[in-house]
Write a protein that binds this ligand. Structure first.
Ligand code: TPS
Length: 539
């Protein structure tokens, strides 16, 4: 059977490696198990095989693929592909140049390319249709399969960059799969998170090596992947949100819930914030713990009503932060990120990007300049870590907040005179391929909390960071599925109301701090939000 290019189904792409077969299995038996259970495309990739064996294995696999009506791609070796009449070739960045491969194979064969950078997308776009048909975007996560990899894992944020580049370059003909470290525990998150920012382009599929090739039951492993791909719904952090506008009664209920749950709020935060953050947490019924120890993150994340705040003001070791995000994600407990000084230095930016691509965050809270940088709407290097966003217009800030919420499938909170809260977690669905625009960032709900400026807050260190403590306490009190959106809005509203009350009572920045903790304490215990001098609305 000869495959035309538009017939190829990229959803579950199996790439072989005969060095990792389990006892009793052969290359052919693993591939056949895959084909029987939902693999839609096969690539024979044998790095340490001599030409004769590669050819013979290739002939066997080609016959199998023909029996199951699935196209066969050969990795790197154009000669072997021609010899076994394969349907195409996949080449890496260091293999034969694409135009040469195309010339050797002719116009009808499928050509795939390994891509990780925007410049590579620009290159393939310049070649135009008829050169590269598909790209393997990777590697997404660390993998044992690629010996001595030249690139570091790009995370979901890296995949999104490549998808955005395809959209920006108009390379609509190129199909995409993600590859590298993909397994059942992460593929739904990858499929859910990895869409272009304009919401048009999702991945066309995933490619795996070890998940099937090294499996003791390759058929079952394939079936599991197939079912996850077909379910089209990402349930991992489905908070069961509703889009109804917040009512006073919701704030009241959210405060009741924190009072009832007394959530454990693990802080991985900067040194300046630790003491103030702990007192703020206690004032809003939370129970703070300051811990940056890898060996206890799992235990802490398993405590009922536990939640995690990561504040990158002073940077904890990345492996500790990653272990914590993984533990809380696995326990399905909330994680809040405060990317302090996000773009102040390349080190901060790469640490935060690394973290953002590593797991799922329930809420990202930051100031306007951090939000603009996160949304890639500003290249301006921040001076220090305080907000320099006072002269940025609100429409741009709202746009940035929505982009961040949408891109990271999170609730994004941007603080300032007006606090903006955009909810990008509403849609729990993903699909494969290019879509009509469905989930564009402008369409996601955004709330504003306003009550006038509180300038004295800018004179208190860690006052922004402690909003993170408050939000994390409120989120920690939820037993999912629940109203995370309302909990975040309630936390932001309470914080602002306490700030206003304290500002009216204090004599200066020293007594503001004391008055502020008192105000938080008092307002939470009274729990009469209708008396607060703060408004919130859907915009
Ligand atoms: C379609 N590649 C990138 S990561 C990786 C490989 C082989 C190992 C993944 O192993 N895209 C396509 N084909 C390729 N050969 C590559 C990229 C290169 P595991 O799934 O075990 O983590």
């Amino acid at each position: 059977m000869v495959f035309t290019k538009d017939q190829v189904d990229y959803s579950l792409y199996l790439v072989t490696d005969s060095t990792m077969l389990p006892p009793g299995a052969t290359l052919s038996s693993q591939v056949e198990e895959g084909l029987m259970n939902g693999v839609t495309l096969v690539q024979i990739r044998e790095k340490d095989c001599d030409t004769k064996n590669f050819f013979h294995e290739g002939v066997l696999i080609k016959k199998l693929c023909t029996d199951y009506n699935v196209p066969l791609i050969v990795n790197d070796r154009v000669d072997v592909a021609l010899a076994i009449r394969a349907d195409g070739v996949h080449v890496g960045q260091d293999d034969m140049p694409i135009p040469v491969v195309r010339e050797l194979l002719g116009p009808d064969k499928i050509i795939g390319w390994s891509v990780s950078k925007v410049e590579e997308v620009e290159k393939l776009a310049n070649w135009g249709p008829g050169m590269v048909d598909n790209i393997g975007i990777g590697m997404v996560f660390p993998t044992q399969t690629k010996k001595n990899p030249k690139k570091s894992p790009m995370g979901t944020a890296g995949v999104i960059k490549v998808l955005d580049a395809l959209e920006n370059c108009g390379a609509s003909w190129v199909k995409t799969v993600a590859i590298g470290g993909l397994h059942p525990d992460n593929i739904q998150r990858v499929l859910y998170q990895c869409s272009s920012t304009n919401g048009r382009r999702y991945l066309d599929g995933i490619a795996v090596v070890s998940d099937i090739m090294a499996s003791e039951d390759a058929g079952l492993s394939t079936r599991i992947l197939r079912d996850l791909l077909d379910s089209n719904s990402y349930k991992f952090v489905d908070f069961g949100l509703s889009n109804e506008a917040l009512q006073v009664s919701n704030i009241n209920a959210a405060l009741h819930q924190v009072h009832f749950a007394r959530p454990l709020v693990q802080h991985m935060t900067n040194k300046v914030h630790q003491n103030f953050g702990a007192n703020v947490t206690l004032a809003v019924f939370g129970s703070p713990i300051m811990s940056e120890v890898v060996s206890e993150v799992k235990d802490l994340s398993n405590i009922p009503y536990a939640s995690l705040l990561i504040n990158t003001g002073t940077i904890a070791p990345l492996d500790v932060l990653k272990a914590a995000v993984t533990a809380y994600n696995e326990s399905k407990r909330p994680v809040v990120l405060d990317p302090v000084g996000y773009s102040a230095t390349p080190t901060r930016m790469s640490l935060n990007n690394d973290l953002l691509s590593y797991g799922q965050f329930s809420c990202i809270k930051c100031n306007a300049s951090e939000m603009l940088s996160l949304a890639e709407l500003s290249d301006e290097r921040m001076k220090g870590v305080d907000s320099s966003g006072s002269n940025i217009n609100n429409d741009t800030v709202i746009k940035a907040t929505k982009i961040v919420a949408y891109r990271y499938k999170t609730i994004a909170v941007c603080t300032g005179e007006y606090d903006f809260i955009a909810n990008g977690t509403m849609g729990g669905h993903y699909s494969l391929g290019t879509q009509e625009i469905r989930g564009d960032s402008p369409s996601i709900p955004c709330f504003v909390v306003h009550g006038g400026n509180i300038p004295i807050m800018g004179d208190i260190t860690a006052s922004g960071c402690s909003l993170g403590s408050t939000i994390t306490s409120f989120l920690g009190s939820l037993s999912f599925p629940n109203e995370a959106q309302n909990a975040v809005i309630a936390a932001v509203t309470l914080y602002k109301a306490a700030g206003k009350l304290a500002a009216s009572r204090c004599k200066g920045s020293g007594s503001f701090q004391v008055e502020f903790i008192d105000a938080l304490y008092q307002l939470s215990r009274e729990n009469i939000p209708e008396k607060w001098d703060v408004k919130y609305e859907l915009i």
